[in-house]
Write a new protein. Structure first.
Length: 132
């Protein structure tokens, strides 16, 4: 993620970088924004395109403003994958997992980066534990 940022691949705004987010959480009915659980608590996988807002050492911040044409994550989506699509190859790359968003599910989402040393150690430890 730092490399993508350094070479200008992460841009905010309407024509900026988009990420695909996946979740099984709540839905939002409009207007006004009213989050609710799916009928009978059935888990329905949904995807949305979120825009880039920012990046720091551990977190990817996503724009999920519906007025700007974005969607996003909400309650119940934690742990779901966030993918960046390489504009040259079209390959989707897992870059983070959903952590939280705003209460009404309409402004921003926050995802934990999986490219950090701490995340990569955790992933390696889990994979190693499965080999035993």
């Amino acid at each position: 993620m730092d490399n993508l940022n350094n070479i200008g691949q992460l841009q905010a705004g309407p024509e900026g970088t988009k990420f695909t987010v996946v979740g099984y959480g709540m839905r939002v009915d409009w207007p006004p924004p009213e989050p609710s659980w799916w009928p009978d608590e059935s888990a329905i996988r949904n995807t949305a395109q979120s825009g880039y807002l920012g990046l720091n050492d551990g977190w990817l911040f996503l724009d999920q403003n519906l007025a700007a044409g974005y969607g996003g994550t909400t309650t119940g989506d934690s742990g779901g994958p966030t993918f960046w699509t390489d504009p040259q190859t079209g390959n989707e790359v897992l870059v983070s997992v959903t952590s939280w968003g705003d209460v009404n599910c309409v402004a921003h989402g926050v995802a934990y980066r999986i490219d950090t040393a701490e995340s990569l150690k955790f992933i390696r430890d889990v994979i190693d534990s499965l080999k035993k």
